[in-house]
Design a protein around this ligand. Structure first.
Ligand code: AMP
Ligand code: ZN
Length: 463
């Protein structure tokens, strides 16, 4: 039995999918105007852990993740600057170059963290028609109104608006300031389609029945979730910041359009905080996985750090804590390597007991800290032989995703994969694609190697 904390009911519930044996799961992906920061990556390690727990229990998982490559506004309330255009101006590139570059960088981060690739990545810009269709459905049912700057959802027509966040609508209305878009009827109403300014062509805009413009931010997740997983699906994940606005609005528009429950289990990770501050991508100052790698950490150190806290509690990032994780990973590596060559069985029955303890922990709303404790207890248990320990490590790692089967001795040979990357980097350099070459170098570092460019060509060595 898997227990998951459903934000909708504010309680742990037994997970029972819509179709026996199968799970449809949607994860809100990144807005690709900059690198993901390590806080964002917490959201994806959490979703990956959830998926691994489901797979370990025998479920078939269809996992969909969107790529927000349409430029939305920096502010949840449909105001502020366009994030993609700001990224393009910052780097003197086109919005499309920015979108593709940071999407690729994001996918590399996932790979470095040993996050299983979603069944499907879907780009918002490749689902404009589906978003328009959904808005048309809402319009036909009378849930929309059009004002100067766009088509809006009329949230007053939705009786249970705000149920996920348990918003106190009356209080919200009373406290609302007048800083609303001209003509917007209520502060909770939100844009489904925004019109391009009359005086200027936007870098990204599309035709629609309402005029040229671009979709509002929330509509993409409803349109793509429903297209790929059905009008009702099992699990939706994201960070807690999405509860009051983004997910609230996804629910409002999806359920208004279909008359059905949109998502059955809502799961949210709490934030990664840097000492006292919240990490923010738009402020520009933030830690990325690349920075950690440049500082000499391995991606697995960060993954271990994350697994060592409960996803539903805030996690405070400090370098001391990351050093602690690094030294745990290093101990684990030593054990894994010395067990790899060893043989002999002592007590298979006891191994099964450890496995069931581990599974109870991770199936209880992803208690990975407890899972790690079981792992260490079993490794230290002299009643288990190397066969049992190797078996357990394989089972545990299917869920933890630390990539233990790829742990290598420090002075060991350079794997083929690294050579292939070194070559790809040379090609990129020849073609003067320096950003690409740089990003490959970071990937090489992520695998634990350094490249140095010498007169004889690139030299590789263990980091
Ligand atoms: P964004 O690219 O801003 O849409 O964020 C991507 C994901 O990261 C979303 O699920 C956010 O809820 C999540 N997120 C943003 N900041 C943090 C943070 N500091 N800690 C954990 N998750 C975060
Ligand atoms: Zn979303």
């Amino acid at each position: 039995m898997i227990l998951l904390f459903n934000t909708m009911s504010r309680s742990k519930e037994e997970f029972i999918p819509l179709v026996p044996g199968k799970v449809g799961m949607y994860t809100c992906g990144p807005t690709v105007y900059n690198f993901a920061h390590i806080g964002n990556l917490r959201a994806y390690v959490f979703a990956d852990t959830l998926k691994r727990v489901l797979l370990d229990d025998g479920f078939e998982v269809k996992h969909v993740m969107n790529i927000t490559d349409v430029g939305h506004l920096t502010d949840d309330a449909d105001a502020g600057d366009d994030k993609m255009e700001a990224g393009a101006a910052r780097e003197r590139k086109s919005v499309w170059e920015i979108a593709r570059f940071y999407e690729q960088a994001f996918k590399e981060d996932l790979e470095l963290l040993n996050i299983l690739s979603p069944t499907l990545f879907c780009r918002a810009t490749e689902h404009i028609q589906e978003q328009i269709e959904l808005i048309k459905r809402l319009e036909e049912k009378g849930f929309t109104y059009t004002i100067e700057d766009g088509v809006y959802l009329d949230t007053s027509k939705i009786e249970d608006y705000g149920k996920l966040a348990r918003l106190d609508i009356d209080k919200l209305l009373a406290g609302a300031r007048v800083a609303m878009a001209e003509g917007k009827k209520s502060p909770t109403d939100f844009a489904l389609w925004k019109f391009s300014p009359k005086t200027k062509k936007r870098a990204m805009e599309w035709d629609s029945p309402w005029g040229p413009g671009f979709p509002g931010w929330h509509i993409e997740c409803s349109a793509m979730g429903m297209k790929h997983l059905g009008e009702t699906f099992d699990i939706h994940t994201g960070g807690i910041d999405h509860i009051p606005v983004h997910h609230t609005n996804e629910i409002a528009q999806s359920e208004a359009a279909t008359g059905k429950v949109f998502v059955r289990y809502w799961l949210h990770n709490d934030f990664l905080v840097l000492e006292a501050a919240k990490m923010s991508k738009s402020s520009g100052e933030f830690l990325t996985l690349r920075k950690l790698i440049e500082m000499g950490y391995q991606p697995v150190d960060y993954r271990y750090f994350l697994l060592n806290s409960l996803y539903r509690r805030p996690a405070t990032f400090t370098f001391e804590a990351l050093d602690g994780a690094r030294s745990a990973v290093s101990n684990l590596r030593d054990r894994v390597l010395s067990l790899r060559e060893a043989k002999g069985s002592k007590n298979p029955q006891k191994a099964e007991e450890y496995l069931s303890q581990f599974r109870s922990a991770v199936r209880d709303d992803l208690n990975t800290p407890q899972g790690l404790a079981v792992l260490w207890n079993s490794l230290k248990d002299d009643e288990l032989g190397p066969d049992e320990k190797n078996y357990l490590l394989g089972q545990f790692d299917a869920v933890l995703g630390l990539g233990m089967d790829r742990f290598e001795k420090k002075e060991e040979f350079i794997p083929e994969e690294v050579f292939a990357l070194v070559e790809a980097r040379q090609t990129a350099r020849k073609n003067r694609e320096f950003a690409e070459a740089d990003s490959i170098r970071v990937r090489i570092q992520g695998l634990g190697f350094l490249v140095e460019d010498t007169a004889q060509g690139p030299q590789v060595r263990k980091a």
